[in-house]
Design a protein around this ligand. Structure first.
Ligand SMILES: Nc1nc2c(c(=O)[nH]1)N[C@H]1C(S)=C(S)[C@@H](COP(=O)(O)OP(=O)(O)OC[C@H]3O[C@@H](n4cnc5c(=O)[nH]c(N)nc54)[C@H](O)[C@@H]3O)O[C@H]1N2
Ligand SMILES: Nc1nc2c(c(=O)[nH]1)N[C@H]1C(S)=C(S)[C@@H](COP(=O)(O)OP(=O)(O)OC[C@H]3O[C@@H](n4cnc5c(=O)[nH]c(N)nc54)[C@H](O)[C@@H]3O)O[C@H]1N2
Ligand code: SF4
Ligand SMILES: [Mo]
Length: 692
């Protein structure tokens, strides 16, 4: 007899702007197929290749199915199975002992393994807050861009993805949508069919750049200079919307002064492009009514990432592109959703809140933090860390130090995971977590404007538990009495939105749950009549808040930490700028262990320009050593003009233990931070390359 087939609705949980709706086919409690939901307008029935393979990941033979206790040395990855009772009985006394003595000696480490509001930061945050644990600054990805938008538009808000298909000119800037924002690419293709011009601004000829009409390959970290050069042209050739500037912007005179210091010749010299590329693009941009910018996070992983975001974000307000719904800029739409972060995370549970607040540790400097002995400035030494929704030993910069920190014998480490990742190898306790198909969640998106509900499709695989339930279990074993720790997942989800916000348009939890998603009610052209969310309500070319913080109020070009301009002595020793953007078939370090996807990527590569390769006597297919003072890795060279001269590209993020030399790109990246937001600077990294 055939098993009954069931269909369930789910949401892709991954850190991707598309936040697709999925339909899951279930037989005998197993997910056998997932497809894109044809009824969800942003998804249009299509999932990317990676997530089409989701059942392969969920039912992977190496899924963690039982709690594990370390038996070997840290990092060796030797464990023995234990029960949940034993796991909680091991965790609770150790965490109690440490936090009673010094709450801040406990640190959470998490990011966006799931973007769900419930399995992300609800019960977990409440738990850490209740204990008074150190707080984590979750800045590994988007913080510089988010700060840039906050100081310019007031929040992470911008154009609607769907209206890009009506645009006449699209600048795809620091973005590789074919790999990392597929459903935007569909819109851009449609615009192209209707006659739009697509221009990629990217140091690398990515899968996307090669399909655009034009590709401008600037040096990494020079985007602010490029945008200021464009502004120079817009100003001197008077391609401005004076009425829009007068009504809806603040600080035009200051911005004009700044832009006039960047004539195209100077900007071109900084960016390593031809002056005419800047001039022609600025003219086209200024003269096209429906001009749109798809900015993405690839351009802000450098020292000046916040200022660069600000500079680019000023462009549509100079030309008045916002007047049309197919004009403007989109970096993130996440700020549109009326999420009640306070209700979800309950910072008021912090003992002494709001007067006293625990110290904040920036996740990008986790290596240094774990190796710090503690002092008055840093605060107490970190004695315990709980990692969930993240794989820091693979993804955090300056990996040599990250691994050394996690290898500390006196550090108590709990990891909640689906798989035995590079980080899991260092756990004292490794706890099996459910995947999206096994738990409940609520999602917003940073690429579209729907809020979506994820219902479990199958029972938990093995003894896996949702993150929320694992934290409830630890809390219960520690004897914590706070009721907020024991709310159910659905109770948490109910509190996650500000239901009286006009964008929710009167919907309530029950109807959202029944419908599966709701589209936020927003104007088509969000800033056609101003309405920015800054204190002035205007697009702030000059930011009074930045001035009050003692920072430069007007966007400027800041040379990368590691560049000939920023550090000439270093550049003499390490002349090549390395960037390590995402590979198409991985999602950060997720999916690297899915064999069919890893075999499509093949092996770790380094793309190097023929001139740079010739100088070093490197041939196609040679194994090369990529190195700087922080570390080294070995990869296979691809000699190709996809990488511009002076730049090498290593698509990422490999699991170290699945790479031939046990290392990955983060061996050489640095813990230095960006100008605004305290973000990571993965693409601000000088190296040298030699034949191995
Ligand atoms: N397939 C796949 N999709 C993903 C991910 C993944 O790992 N794989 N990761 C997800 C996550 S977490 C994020 S944050 C997004 C990231 O996706 P994007 O925001 O698109 O950012 P990146 O892929 O980091 O970089 C995009 C492009 O920026 C270029 N770039 C690098 N440095 C610079 C620079 O200084 N200036 C300019 N103009 N361009 C530069 C890179 O060469 C790359 O082609 O994608 C998400 N989607
Ligand atoms: N060199 C280099 N490094 C980079 C980048 C780069 O471009 N170059 N990109 C950076 C960026 S943009 C980002 S966002 C970060 C991403 O870094 P991370 O957020 O650490 O992303 P992943 O590597 O995908 O790891 C997420 C982990 O969470 C686990 N997970 C997923 N869902 C759940 C769940 O429900 N419960 C639990 N307990 N675990 C779960 C997955 O199995 C996976 O191992 O990496 C950064 N690192
Ligand atoms: S990773 Fe992105 S494109 Fe792929 S299914 Fe998930 S949301 Fe959609
Ligand atoms: Mo990211």
């Amino acid at each position: 007899m055939n098993a009954p087939t069931e269909f369930a609705r789910a949401v892709c949980p991954h850190d991707c702007p598309d936040t697709c709706a999925m339909r899951v086919t279930v037989e005998n409690g197993r997910a056998i197929k997932v497809v894109g939901d044809p009824d969800h307008p942003p998804t249009q029935g299509v999932l990317c290749t990676k997530v089409s393979r989701y059942p392969e990941r969920v039912h992977h033979p190496k899924r963690l199915t039982t709690p594990l206790k370390r038996v070997g040395r840290k990092g060796e990855g030797q464990f023995e199975p234990i029960s949940w009772e034993e796991a909680f009985a091991l965790a609770a006394p150790r965490l109690s002992e440490i936090t009673k003595r010094e709450p801040q000696a406990l640190l959470p480490y998490s990011y966006a393994g799931t973007m769900g509001l419930v399995q992300g930061d609800s019960i977990a945050q409440r738990f850490f807050h209740k204990l008074g644990a150190s707080r984590l600054d979750r800045t590994i990805c988007a913080a510089a861009g988010a700060a840039g938008l906050k100081y310019t538009y007031g929040a992470s808000i911008g154009m609607h993805t769907e209206f890009f298909e009506e645009s006449e000119l699209i600048l795809i800037w620091g973005a590789n949508p074919i790999a990392s924002n597929l459903h935007f690419w569909t819109r851009a293709q449609e615009a192209k069919r209707r006659g739009a011009r697509l221009v990629a601004i990217d140091p690398y000829r990515s899968l996307t750049a090669e399909k655009c009409h034009q590709h401008i390959a600037l040096r990494p970290g020079t985007d602010a200079a490029f945008a200021l050069g464009m502004m120079h042209v817009l100003i001197v050739e008077d391609l401005l919307d004076h009425a829009y500037i007068a009504e809806h912007t603040l600080g035009f005179d200051e911005l004009k002064m700044r832009a006039l210091a960047y004539p195209p010749s100077r900007a071109a010299q900084i960016c390593g492009v031809e002056a005419h590329e800047i001039v022609e693009l600025a003219r086209l941009y200024g003269k096209t009514r429906k001009s749109a910018v798809r900015l993405n996070y690839g351009m802000q992983r450098v020292r000046g990432g916040g200022n660069a975001t600000r500079a680019i974000a000023c462009l549509p307000s100079l030309t008045g592109a916002w007047r049309d719904r197919a004009g403007g800029l989109l970096l993130s739409s996440s700020g549109w959703a009326p999420v009640d972060t306070h209700a979800l995370q309950r910072p008021d549970l912090i003992p002494g809140w709001p007067a006293s607040q625990p110290r904040v540790v920036n996740m990008n400097a986790i290596g240094d933090a774990l190796l710090h002995a503690g002092d008055a400035k840093f605060g107490p030494k970190i004695e315990a860390i709980i990692v969930y929704n993240s794989n820091p030993v693979a993804v955090a910069p300056d990996s040599e130090r990250v691994a050394a920190g996690f290898a500390r014998d006196d550090l108590f480490t709990i990891v909640l995971e689906h798989f035995q990742t590079d980080t899991a190898d260092y756990a004292d306790l490794l706890l099996p977590a459910t995947t999206q198909l096994e738990h409940f969640d609520l999602h917003k998106s940073y690429g579209h404007t729907y809020v979506m509900v994820n219902e479990p499709a199958i029972p938990p695989v093995g003894d896996a538990l949702p993150n929320t339930e694992i934290f409830r279990g630890i809390a219960r074993s520690m004897g914590l009495q706070e009721p907020a720790l024991y709310e159910s997942d659905e109770e948490v989800a109910r509190t996650a939105l500000r239901w009286n916000d006009p964008t929710v348009d009167g919907t309530n939890w029950d109807s959202l749950k029944k419908a599966g998603w709701l589209k936020l009610k927003l104007p088509d052209a969000p800033f056609a009549n101003g309405g920015f969310r800054t204190p002035s309500g205007k697009c702030e070319f000059s930011s009074p808040r930045l001035a009050a913080e003692g920072a430069d109020p007007v966007p400027d070009y800041l040379p990368p930490h590691e560049s000939a301009d920023g550090a000439p002595e270093l550049a003499a020793r390490y002349p090549l700028a390395m960037i390590s953007p995402p590979a198409r078939n991985f999602l950060n370090s997720s999916f690297v262990n899915v064999e069919s996807l890893r075999s499509t990527e093949g092996e770790p590569h380094l793309d190097i320009h023929p001139a740079d390769a010739a100088l070093r006597n490197i041939g196609e297919g040679d194994i090369v050593r990529v190195y700087n003072d922080r570390g080294s890795m070995q990869v296979r060279a691809r000699v190709t003009e996809r990488a511009r001269e002076g730049v090498v590209v290593g698509l990422s993020i490999w699991w170290k233990k699945l790479a031939p030399d046990g290392r990955n790109a983060n061996q050489v990246t640095s813990q230095a931070l960006t100008d605004l937001g305290g973000s990571a600077t993965f693409y601000d990294c000088l190296v040298e390359v030699a034949r191995a």
